[in-house]
Design a protein around this ligand. Structure first.
Ligand SMILES: NC(=O)c1ccc[n+]([C@@H]2O[C@H](COP(=O)([O-])OP(=O)(O)OC[C@H]3O[C@@H](n4cnc5c(N)ncnc54)[C@H](OP(=O)(O)O)[C@@H]3O)[C@@H](O)[C@H]2O)c1
Length: 265
């Protein structure tokens, strides 16, 4: 293992946006900690990136809804002196109204999106701040800017990610630290996400879809420029600039008439 190469830790590296982050970062000379539950996928990706880019890759098999597994990953991050980037990307959606779905599923979402992000970010940041270098990308969503039927926990947890990231940014800037944080807020993106939650993708217009390469490219470009919020795609940029400024009454009125929101429940 080359002791000079930076290390990136990516959660949710077995699929979708996480895989693209892994490929892009390996091509840029990073060694990788690949984190998810599906070991065979992580091992296959690690082997591919080792062959293609000489990246040293370690699979960390973890269910990020489990306290014990998150503690294990956090310990690995704390012990990695070359850790230069953490991408908190693991996540999932649920189909159906909050009160019609098992509360355990809702809790699992909060654990993966919120508690794993808290603990892994804490583990990574302590060392990064001490070294005055490194970065954290929290993969939120444009859902952070809206509230919609069928996505109560999803919108709430993704919104939490953006608030958390902005507050960390303030702490770091206040210190004069060079450590950067970013909230990446993609819209609909072609990955396994919607299939995993069993949702009908046909109600989403073709023009709304992004591909994971575009999303990751925007994130990495944003990191180079020190951007706190990255919203890939012009339409989504416009929507996320306008929606938070609407009065709550108007927002609710519009959302109740949104066919996409109706299709989710
Ligand atoms: N696709 C979209 O339209 C979209 C839009 C906005 C934001 N996002 C966000 O983008 C992120 C990546 O999603 P994606 O679109 O790439 O979906 P994806 O293809 O379904 O990938 C999700 C990843 O999260 C991992 N994961 C899920 N639950 C986990 C758990 N309990 N423990 C560990 N890992 C877990 C999965 O790995 P294992 O199953 O192997 O554990 C997988 O690697 C998510 O946070 C999602 O909310 C997606």
């Amino acid at each position: 293992m080359d002791q000079q190469r930076p290390v990136a830790a990516i959660t949710g590296a077995s699929s979708g946006i996480g895989v693209v982050f892994a490929r892009r970062l390996a091509a840029r000379g990073y060694d990788l900690l690949l984190i998810a539950r599906r070991k065979e996928r992580l091992d296959a990706l690690g082997a591919e990136l080792s062959r293609a880019h000489g990246a040293a890759c370690q699979s960390l098999v973890a269910d990020l809804a489990s306290d014990a597994d998150v503690a294990g990953v956090a310990e690995r991050l704390r012990s990695e002196p070359r850790l230069a980037l953490l991408v908190n990307n693991a996540g999932f959606g649920l189909h159906g109204r909050f009160f019609s779905t098992p509360v355990e599923d809702q809790e699992r979402m909060h654990r993966v999106h919120v508690m794993a992000t808290v603990k892994l970010t804490h583990a990574a940041l302590r060392e990064m701040v001490a070294r005055d270098s490194g970065a954290i990308v929290n993969v939120a969503s444009v859902a952070a800017y809206v509230r919609s039927s069928g996505s109560a926990s999803y919108c709430a947890t993704k919104s939490w990610m953006t608030v958390f990231t902005e507050a960390l940014h303030l702490e770091l800037k206040g210190l004069g630290s060079r450590v950067r944080v970013q909230a990446l807020c993609p819209g609909y993106t072609h990955t396994e996400f919607h299939d995993a939650m069993g949702s009908d993708k046909t109600h989403v217009g073709a023009s709304l879809w992004l591909n994971a390469d575009t999303v990751v490219e925007a994130s990495l470009r944003g990191l180079e420029r020190g951007k706190l919020f990255v919203v890939p795609g012009f339409g989504y940029k416009l929507a996320t600039a306008i929606v938070p400024k609407l009065p709550a009454g108007l927002r609710v009125w519009l959302e109740l008439r949104n066919p996409q929101s109706k299709a989710r429940v």
